[in-house]
Design a protein around this ligand. Structure first.
Ligand code: AHG
Ligand code: MN
Ligand code: MN
Length: 329
């Protein structure tokens, strides 16, 4: 049996880009290296002093966990040594980070949520990392780093996530389908395990924090009620982990819908557009699914701020279309 590693796969993908120089695969190898370091720490959580709060709040006013900070550092360190990367933006840093090399030839900006679902770490539940890559916009310089990243999601040239679950899986797209790789811990390589993933057209699960149900807009309530009754001959069960990456990973493989709706107190929900909704939306669409903020396609939203939030509904075509029917009633 020949195993295809993520490195090989990326090199093949890169050949589709005219004039590809190897830079892009070197960039992605920075992400795989960092996520291997993160997973090694996650796997030893409880054995080393890495669980718990770091006694510090991030820009969202959320308590940072020690693993949030460690994961952020892993990504920053390994991407800083890639000359093709000019700007990084992270959930954990208020402002975008300008790479010290300030190379005029730097072509890419990378945005990421280093550790998603971090409140779940201390109780041994799956967590993840999400990332999204943009090309440097024409004329953008290091004086105005936000310009590099405030681009609509349809301009992402690659996006992905890693889920640190019962195994460690990386899922990515470069705009040519969605591919999943499982980390083989014995050799330390991500190996192709899910080629050309297609989301089922309809699923059997819906995933939402139902504790906030009374605070959702009415049409969300109507939609959830119809799922509970069953649609198109499918009956539904609910699944909600509280780690978006893990909830989405199940939705990608099994179909159905994951949503984080607006609430009375949070009119844009909780999830962040740039480094949570956008990469998930690109992957969903590349796998034949859909992603909306309730009124428009996630990938068409023009971001105004790095940490901007957005409601998110993502999943199979059937469920998202059913939601949209109720919106227009
Ligand atoms: P993060 O740990 O990066 O701040 O993200 C946590 C997010 C997301 O993963 C999940 O879907 C959501 O928080 C769960 O929020 P609720 O507890 O409000 O349902
Ligand atoms: Mn997150
Ligand atoms: Mn996070």
């Amino acid at each position: 049996m020949t195993a295809i590693t993520i490195q090989q796969h990326i090199l093949q993908e890169q050949q589709r880009f005219p004039g590809a120089s190897g830079e892009f695969s070197f960039l992605l190898s920075g992400i795989t290296l960092a996520t291997k370091m993160i997973q090694a720490k996650v796997r030893r959580a409880g054995l080393t002093d890495i669980l718990g709060d770091a006694d510090n709040e991030n820009i969202q006013g959320e308590m940072q966990q020690k693993l949030d900070i460690y994961s952020n550092e892993c990504l920053i360190q390994s991407l800083s040594s890639r000359p093709s990367v000019g700007i990084l933006a992270s959930e954990e840093d208020e402002q975008p980070l300008v790479m010290p090399h300030q190379s005029v030839t730097a072509k890419y900006a990378v945005v990421f949520d280093p550790l998603d679902g971090s409140s779940n770490i201390d109780v041994n539940v799956s967590v993840g990392t999400t990332f999204s890559i943009f090309r440097r916009p024409e004329g953008a310089d290091f004086e105005d780093p936000t310009r590099w990243v405030l681009q609509p999601g349809r301009r992402q040239i690659a996006a992905g996530y890693v889920v640190y679950g019962s195994s460690t899986v990386m899922v990515y797209t470069c705009g040519n389908g969605v591919h999943g790789f499982t980390l083989d811990p014995a050799v330390g390589a991500f190996v192709l395990s899910h080629e050309n993933i297609q989301m089922p057209e309809q699923g059997n699960y819906y995933s939402v924090n139902e504790a906030y149900m009374d605070d959702f807009p009415e049409h969300y309530g109507a939609f959830i009620a119809s799922l509970r009754q069953g649609l198109n001959g499918h009956s539904y069960s609910s699944r909600y982990i509280g780690s978006m990456v893990a909830d989405f990973h199940r939705t990608l493989l099994r179909g159905g819908v994951f949503m984080y709706p607006p609430t009375k107190t949070h009119q844009y929900g909780k999830l962040r557009l740039l480094y949570e909704a956008n990469p998930i939306a690109m992957i969903a669409e590349q796998a034949g699914g859909l992603a909306t903020d309730g009124t428009q396609r996630i990938l068409d939203i023009q971001p105004k701020g790095i940490h901007q939030r957005t409601p998110l509904l993502v999943g199979s075509q059937f469920e998202i279309n059913e939601f949209e029917k109720r919106l227009n009633q």
